[in-house]
Design a protein around this ligand. Structure first.
Ligand SMILES: O=C(O)CCC(=O)C(=O)O
Ligand SMILES: [Fe+2]
Length: 285
């Protein structure tokens, strides 16, 4: 029988999480170990793992209020890219996804716009949560992303907006849904639609053409915490309907402790605000 002291910790962010349902603070023993084994198997079998009501209801309200206060300071980004996160290849055949630029708009807070004192940052900074994310994926090492802009983002998709189909640049993506859309705004994806060398082009082409019959989607209310193999699974979010935005926090992790993006990529993603910060910094050197 476990004593409480074994699981005691000073990680205050864990107060936000429903630890009775999701015993992430003690993964080596008892129900925590059983839970971890289930999660690991689910990622292997399905390419995703999702935890509804991961946060206590009052924590969801508090984090959503926090995001709502910060979002007016966010930039509206217009994101243009192929599903592979690249510029369109003019030499690729017209029916090849490499030639197709997809576009969407998002109101997005970069990591440097989310103060360390916020609850969402404290949750992201939690060592125990990072350890849980690492162990679900069975990685030897996993660190919170070291990039000052990319590490933690909050993304609001306004009504009539969507998140265009894409693969992520990291293997596994971790999201926390803070506010669901009234309708629409469904996260949809094709689990493991590519490997390092192959891609199921038939399914990928179908989804890009708007046929989601083979894509997976699962119920995600506010407070749902989701891990999925976004680097290998084509995914996106359908059009948000109703009158409120769909708000998500994106937690980025990396197997390298010190990985940062190039200035060029950060400017491309985050636009003129970040360009100004970086050029002022260069001038001051
Ligand atoms: O908002 C979501 O559920 C997914 C977001 C996503 O795919 C991304 O930020 O790369
Ligand atoms: Fe993504």
């Amino acid at each position: 029988m476990l004593t409480n002291t074994l699981c005691e910790h000073p990680d205050m962010a864990l107060n936000l999480i429903d630890l009775k349902r999701y015993p992430i603070e003690c993964l080596d023993h008892g129900e925590g170990a059983v839970f971890l084994a289930q999660c690991q198997q689910q990622i292997i079998d399905n390419g995703w793992c999702s935890f509804e009501e991961f946060l206590h209801p009052d924590a969801v309200t508090a984090l959503t209020n926090e995001a709502t206060h910060l979002l007016p300071t966010a930039d509206t980004l217009t994101i243009k890219r192929t599903i592979y996160n690249a510029e369109p290849d003019p030499l690729a055949p017209t029916d090849d996804p490499k030639s197709k630029q997809l576009v969407h708009k998002a109101v997005q807070l970069a990591n440097d716009q989310i103060p360390m004192s916020t609850m969402v940052q404290q949750l992201y900074q939690s060592k125990i949560l990072t350890e849980f994310v690492r162990r679900v994926q069975n990685k030897q090492q996993l660190y919170r992303c070291a990039d000052e802009f990319q590490a933690l983002n909050i993304v609001a998709l306004q009504p009539d907006n969507w998140h265009a189909w894409h693969y992520d640049t990291v293997e596994c993506t971790v999201t926390l849904l803070l506010q669901a859309a009234q309708s629409g705004g469904e996260f949809a994806f094709l689990p493991n639609s590519r490997t390092d060398d192959t891609e199921d082009r038939e399914l990928v082409d179908q989804v890009i053409a708007g046929d989601l019959s083979q894509a997976q989607s699962f119920s995600r209310g506010a407070g749902t915490f989701t891990l999925f193999r976004g680097g290998y699974s084509l995914h996106g979010v359908t059009k948000v309907e109703g009158s409120i935005p769909r708000v998500t926090a994106i937690f980025t992790y990396d197997e390298q402790p010190d990985r940062v993006l190039s200035d060029e990529v950060n400017v491309q993603i985050y636009g003129p605000r970040v360009q100004k910060i970086l050029s002022e910094r260069k001038l001051a050197q």
